[in-house]
Every structure is written in C-alpha cells, then in structure tokens.
Design a binder for this molecule. Structure first.
Ligand code: GLA
Length: 368
C-alpha cells in the first residue's frame, strides 16, 4: 500500500514538474506580439508613441499593429495642403476624416501635419485666375482661410499641429528657404501661420517641424528662427525633430546638444517622423549604381540596432523636454524611403519587419 502511495505521489510530482517546465517553454515559443505590452505601454511614463498612417493601413493586420503598439497617429499625407485642399473652394475631407475617426474609435491621439509647407501644395495656391503669381495679401488670406477651415474641423480631435514645415534652407550659408511662400511673403508667412493657427484653435499645441535638426549648423539657424518668433511673441509650443536619421547620424553628442539648445529656448520637443535608414542621408533622386548595396545584411542590422539603442537612451534621458515620438510609417513592408531618393533600392528603417513582426531593434529600445 505504502509503495503504491509513494508511486502515486512521485507520479504527481513528476506531472507538476513537467507542467512547470512546459508553461515557460510554451510562452517563450509564443509570438511576443500576442502576449506582451506594446511600445506605447512600455513608454507610457516617458512619451506618447505614435506612427504615421494612410487610410489603407487602418484595416487588417496593420490596424491591429497600430492599436497594439501606438497611442497616437499622424496622417502621412491626408492633411497636407495639396491632398486636403485641392481647389480653392473645395476641400477633400474623406481621408483625413477616416483617420481622425479611426483615432477616436480607438482612443488614439492625432498629430496634424502640416499646415504650411513648400511641398505637396495645390496648383491653385500661388496663382490667380489669370495664372499670375498672387500678392502677399492674397496669399496670406488664403493661408488664413486654409488654417481656419482645417483646424476648426478637427478642433478637439487633433491635439498638436505642425504649423510650418521645413522653412530653413538646405544650404548652411543661407537662412530661410527660397520657397514661393518666402518669395511672396518674406518671413511673415511663418509668423502669420502661427498666429492664425493659435486663433483657429487656442488649445492646439503648435510646432515648427524640420529635418537635419541635429546638425550643429542647422541647430543655429533654427534657433535663430525660433528666437525671432519668440521675440515677436508668436504662439509656438514646440519644435518637431523629424528624425529621418540613419545608422551614421546623428551622434549622441549632436542629439544631446540639439535637444538642450531647443529646450533652452523654452520649447517642448517632439520626434515627429522617426526612421533610421540603413544608408547615408541623400536628397537628390538617382538610380541605384551597379554593385551598390541594397540588402538588409546582418552587419547593417547590428548598426541599426545600436543606433536605435543609442538614440533612445538620449531620448529617455530627456523625457521632461520630449513629449512625443512618432515613427514615419508602420513597418519595413512599406517606407517612404523605399525608392527614395535612390530608385530601385529598398530600405529597412523601422521597428517592424515586412511580416509586421517586431525586429531586434524593437527589443533593443524596449529593454531598459
Ligand atoms: C518630410 C515631410 C513628411 C514626408 C516626408 C517624406 O519629412 O514632413 O510629410 O513627406 O518628408 O515622406
């Protein structure tokens, strides 16, 4: 009897040991996506994590990913002046409305992008009915009416706006970009855009947004602009660092320096269009050269992991100044950097791979 009892006891013991071994083994084998916290949860006490979206990404598995990982969305194109205001007396609301209503249904914040930019402008904007360039007065009144119409439609639903995008020139020796905005209005288009935006929705957080904002010489030019605006009491809340970075730049010292200088001007900072390209920064369109690398090698993957880790260490250290981090596109399945600026070349700049699975870079920035 005793022998039987002890056999039964040992059987039970072995059974529970096996169960104990099986559970952790089973969960280790499960897709981490299904049972762990999303990026937005891991970073909840740091900053709002966001992503740029198009209407087509708001369904199926991409929508699931967005809801699981992010707390904020930015319309990639739908709120730009060209797409949303194609004719002077006609707005195209459909896409922007769908994005905003997706956000509302799912409890996501929305960053509006962008009210005044020199690219993706509608054909009518700078011309009168005879095809002549409009005066400063006309252009500013068009800008005012655009800003009022768009911002008031989404009042209370869009918490922050990129009011002016990329007004600084690409050449270190120049100051403001010689865009049509500048040619027609001088520096005033910037001041006015912020004033109109504040009037249209006094609760919205207003940003100046730009790229290469960590390059020391560009930091100085941006600070000059911000100081000018501040001296004129222009209602600006923050600066958007687009953060179209690469495995080569910025260095942590450059990033630190930029954050400190912008914060010293009394601005909050958001990272608005983050991706880390596996190729060096270039702007001019060109074809892929024979033999030029275009694959995601393990060497590039490692460099990218390190860069992601490095920049997020800096960002976390500045959680008081940084209030949001938005990625530009969802996964490596599609990035604006595919084919840009090098035609025929794919890029792999994001945290999710082409199957929408978390990449090693994801784990590198979430284990801290
Ligand atoms: C700039 C703009 C974005 C987007 C990217 C490229 O950074 O601010 O809206 O157009 O270029 O996709």
């Amino acid at each position: 009897m005793d022998i039987l009892k002890s056999i039964a006891f040992y059987n039970k013991l072995i059974f529970w040991i096996l169960i104990g071994l099986y559970i952790p083994f089973k969960s280790a084998g499960q897709s981490p996506q299904t049972n762990s916290k999303g990026l937005k949860d891991i970073y909840q006490s740091y900053f709002t994590m966001g992503v740029a979206v198009s209407v087509s990404s708001l369904k199926g598995e991409e929508a699931q990913l967005i809801k699981r990982e992010f707390a904020s969305i930015t319309p990639e194109n739908a709120m730009k002046m060209g797409p949303i205001h194609p004719e002077e007396n006609r707005y195209h609301w459909k896409d922007a409305d769908s994005i905003v209503s997706f956000a509302q249904r799912n409890g996501l914040k929305v960053r509006g992008h962008a009210l005044c930019w020199h690219e993706q402008t509608p054909a009518w904007l700078f011309k009168d009915s005879k095809g002549n360039q409009v005066s400063k007065e006309v252009l500013l009144s068009r800008l005012r009416s655009h800003i009022f119409t768009v911002m008031q439609r989404y009042k209370g639903k869009v918490y922050a706006w990129d009011v002016v995008n990329e007004a600084i020139d690409d050449h270190p020796g120049a100051y403001l970009r010689n865009s049509l905005w500048y040619q027609i209005c001088g520096e005033d288009f910037i001041t006015k855009a912020f004033e109109y935006a504040h009037e249209a929705d006094p609760d919205a957080l207003l940003f100046y947004n730009d790229y290469n904002t960590e390059r020391p010489e560009k930091v100085e030019r941006i600070c000059r602009l911000i100081k000018n605006l501040k001296d004129k009491n222009v209602p600006i809340y923050g600066i958007g660092l687009q953060a179209h970075w690469s495995i080569f730049e910025p260095s942590t010292a450059e990033l630190e320096n930029a954050i400190k200088k912008y914060a010293a001007l009394g601005l909050k900072i958001q990272i608005t269009e983050l991706d880390i390209s596996v190729y060096p920064w270039e702007k001019e369109k060109r074809a892929l050269r024979p033999g030029e690398p275009d694959a995601y090698t393990s060497a590039l993957e490692k460099q990218q992991i390190n860069k992601y880790k490095e920049v997020f260490q800096v960002l976390r250290a500045h959680r008081k100044e940084i209030t949001g981090v938005t990625f530009w596109n969802i996964s490596d399945r599609h990035s604006w950097l595919d084919e840009y600026p090098v035609q025929g070349r794919k890029n792999y700049p994001l945290l999710f791979d082409q199957q929408l699975k978390r990449k090693k870079a994801f784990y590198a920035i979430t284990k801290f």
